[in-house]
Write a protein that binds this ligand. Structure first.
Ligand code: GLN
Length: 485
């Protein structure tokens, strides 16, 4: 029995029925990690030994009683921009290279309550700014399907660990596509909940009105299990929303008869890669055969979403990142003659090129002479994007698009051209602008590289998104494919 190939649900069932012990599960994943990690470089901090110790304690607890948490003994990796008490949290930045937080993010508290085991902190683009992990201050993670390619980003470490079978699940964050795009590139399930569904307390802020914590897993059912744990109003995050609790797993295994699926023509342009288009439309046809109704829709303002996003996200980032000044925590420059020089040298030495680019863009867009021309205009576009989605959702229940315009690109291919890099999120950013839930699920392969299908839902209707995604997964079983490493 190869435990590392099992889903979270399967592992959980094996532990609960006492067929395997948590330590056996963790041992299997640690062994796999020791073998594979040198090839893909997905962890900034790997906690193999600690995970084994924790698992042994869980073995003892399990021997004593049956009533355990929903994630009891399950190894899970966490993106390194989610705060973990007493465990280094770097955001893949030199400025936080040695930062050991004194508290936990709310999602971490919730995972702990349900008995999870932390395996480590995964690589990302510095402060989650990027689409490839090449902006990490430390190293680039490699795509498990092709080691010369990027895993996507910014949550590239989290998508790679799940794809390579180093853990059954991981958490990431998604500001403009950072869960869905890497999930698509690595052939796993990546889910961004509705803005406000999951607490952002302890997620290091990039662009606060867009950031959302979400999940990586091999199956849609595992996504639902994780969502049952991490969702919910949190007093510590005023943007988290109080709304009736739902059992996300209740949407698994349901048929999709009568569900209306919108296909926005702007997301299937003339110049879209032929294979991507074919694979996604073939998938849509399968869902139609299952009883879903397909409706052509139009989302014309989406074409401005990248432009508006790259005003709004950097503006918020320029403000959020002002806190890294070398005074309270993080890196401080060695040589300086006065306070002013200490600030500027600390930031010049501590931040990487992309982060500096965003801070400059944002500071410019927010400056008094340009605020109306850029920031205000971008906010108006954002409102239009939201309204357009809401109009579409009067006609349909979910919307399907490709997650990305093409498969994973080569390491280095776009790193010298920021605009090219920004365009890789063309199908995902509008979802964050409108605060909607969306999933990327494996939908097929082009030249042995995974392609993802994006399913977008109404605000707080994660259930229908999971329902359609689960149906699609069960028709195709792409989740059973592993890269040969
Ligand atoms: N790639 C986008 C950016 O660089 C999105 C990042 C994200 O979702 N964190 O901003």
């Amino acid at each position: 029995m190869e435990l590392w190939k099992k889903s979270l649900k399967e592992l959980s069932d094996l532990i609960n029925s006492k067929e395997v012990k948590p330590s056996e599960v963790v041992e299997a994943f640690v062994k796999r990690t020791e073998e594979i990690e040198p090839k893909i470089n997905s962890y900034i901090t790997f906690l193999g030994e600690k995970a084994l110790e924790d698992a042994k304690k869980k073995d003892e607890e399990l021997a004593k009683s049956n009533n355990k948490g929903k994630l009891f003994g399950i190894p899970i990796a966490i993106k390194d921009n989610i705060i973990t008490k007493d465990i280094k949290t770097t955001c893949a930045s030199k400025i936080l290279e040695n930062f050991v937080p004194p508290y936990n993010a709310t999602v971490i508290e919730k995972l702990e309550e349900e008995g999870y085991i932390l395996t480590g902190k995964t690589n990302l683009d510095e402060f989650a700014m990027g689409s490839s992990t090449e902006n990490s201050a430390f190293f680039t993670t490699k795509n498990p399907w092709d080691l010369t390619r990027v895993p996507g980003g910014s949550s590239g470490g989290s998508s790679a660990v799940v794809s390579a079978g180093l853990v059954p699940a991981a958490l990431g964050s998604d500001t403009g596509g950072s869960i869905r795009q890497p999930a698509a590139f690595c052939g796993v399930v990546g889910f961004k909940p509705t803005y406000g569904r999951v607490s952002r307390y302890g997620l290091v802020a990039f662009a606060s009105s867009l950031d959302q914590i979400g999940t990586f897993s091999r199956t849609v059912e595992d996504t639902a299990i994780l969502m049952n744990v991490i969702a919910g109003k949190d007093e510590k995050d005023s943007t988290s929303v109080k709304i009736e609790d739902i059992d996300f797993t209740s949407f698994i295994g349901k048929d999709i008869k009568g569900i209306k699926i919108g296909i926005p023509k702007e997301y299937f342009p003339e110049d879209l890669d032929r294979d991507v288009k074919e694979i996604i439309l073939k998938g849509v046809k399968q869902l139609e055969d299952e009883g879903a109704e397909i409706v052509e829709i139009s989302l014309p303002t989406s074409k401005y979403s990248i432009e508006a996003y790259y005003i709004i996200a950097p503006s918020e980032a320029s403000s959020n990142l002002a806190r890294y000044d070398g005074v309270r925590y993080g890196y401080r420059t060695k040589d300086y003659k006065d306070l002013e020089e200490m600030y500027s040298k600390t930031r010049a030495e501590g931040f990487g090129a992309e982060v500096k680019r965003r801070i400059m863009l944002g500071t410019y867009a927010l400056s008094s002479g340009y605020y109306d021309a850029y920031y205000l205009k971008a906010q108006k576009v954002r409102t239009l994007i939201y309204q357009e989605f809401m109009d579409a959702f009067n006609k349909v229940d979910v919307i399907i698009t490709p997650t990305t315009p093409d498969v994973a690109f080569k390491i280095g291919e776009k790193s010298n051209n920021p605009v090219e890099m920004y365009l890789s999120d063309i199908f995902t950013v509008s979802v964050n602008m409108a605060g909607l839930p969306a999933i990327s699920i494996p939908a097929g392969f082009k030249n042995s590289l995974p392609i993802g299908m994006q399913i977008i839902g109404k605000p707080f209707d994660e259930g229908t998104v999971l329902q359609v995604a689960d149906r699609f997964e069960k028709l195709n079983n792409y989740n059973l494919n592993f890269p040969s490493l």
